[in-house]
Design a protein. Sequence first.
Length: 235
Amino acid sequence: MRLNKFLAHCGVDSRRNCDELIFQGRVKVDGEAIINPGAQIDEKNVEVHVDGDLVKLKNNYTYIKLHKPKGYVTSRKDPHNPLTVMTLLPNVINVVPVGRLDKDTTGVLLLTDDGDLNYRLTHPKHGVEKEYEVLLRQEPKGNIEKELPKGIVLDDNGDKVKGEAQALNRKRTHYIVLLREGKKREVKRIFSHYETRVYRLHRNNFAGVCANELAPGRWKKLTAKEIEMIKKTAE
Ligand code: URA
């Protein structure tokens, strides 16, 4: 198995973050630092240590949904921001966030120690659906409803994004947006393209999972049905 995949399977972190740990020389296989994330290892016959701690394959993972409140950063540790989403969970639960929500964004955030599923849920090729509810300062200049499904090119870095946008009020300041990609600050950048600003962003749904029934800051383990559904979505 590839070294980065093995670490993700063990729940060390997401596959991308495991690549970083490997590049930094923090991962040793049978005592030797390996800096190639794609290195093949014989996982049944070697000992892998990360920062000196032995890591082992797991066979039962934890899957959590959190109603992320405003003001919390989506990160395991942030030296500049002690208020991370991890502080909302008990210390004994060793999971990592699936993707990211901005500090001021609220709504459903998944967390898991299943690094492989985490990788698949966030990789654009799987096109996992996310639904956002958006409040805007003014109505968008232009026909976002018609243009977004065909794809628009964002002004800031030329990223092409596609999705669906439906206004919920006549003033066109309240929207539901469906996206399948997951680029950084995607919703805010889309509306900035239409010369307006988002002042409230809430994620209603991620891969079919909703957390609106939970109060902000509360979390719950996913049901077997929800786990099955997200696994299917990321196939
Ligand atoms: N798009 C954004 O702009 N911010 C988020 O937090 C999520 C999607």
